[in-house]
Design a protein around this ligand. Sequence first.
Ligand code: B16
Ligand code: MG
Length: 217
Amino acid sequence: NKVGFIFDLDGVIVDTAKYHYLAWRKLANELGFEFTKEQNELFKGVSRKRCLEILLDIGNVKATQEQFNTWMVEKNVDYLAYIEKMDASEILPDVPRVLEYLRKKNMPIALGSASKNAKPILKKVDLLPYFDSIVDGNNVTKAKPDPEVFLIAAENLGVTPISCVVFEDAVAGIQAANAAGMVSIGIGDAEILYEADYNFKDFTEIDDSFLELLLNK
Ligand code: B16
Ligand code: MG
């Protein structure tokens, strides 16, 4: 029996949130207001379009459709300049060990991310070969907490949703996994991600015996 393993990207595999933050902060500053690290927390797991809507709310800035589109592009150009410099040293601790373990067990692996830049990032950090399917912001119409992204991933992997396990760092992502009927594993603060079936600070806390347990679920 196959179990499908679905990984979120930002906050689970790599910490791209810091680059999203720098790019959004630059735009905020150009528009004449501050954007803090705390405010950036609201952006985790949220689509680019929704992030810009929240940013403009924070700054009390009204935008025409044209300005909105220009700023979306500008933020992404700045973000791409940051990820251009990424390499394997930016992979979060013990992620390669877990991917390697699952691959040895012949388990299908997918990415389930809101990002439209997921593929180039995985390529940069050299993890692309581990993934049998990549479902990202280019493939979905409904954002997390809607389960769409994870349901498409399960379908692509050829496993039923109840036979899938999701690793997520965002509340909306845990909710999406739960709505899909999948096992949800929170990576990060257990108090924030209390809706998850299991919680871990990071992958260093996930040992082979726990993975084995998931395989036999
Ligand atoms: P992009 P995830 C999410 O990644 C980020 O957490 C979120 O901050 C970002 O706005 C979103 O991707 C879209 O990213 O601008 O690259 O399309 O956590 O779903 O992997
Ligand atoms: Mg995330």
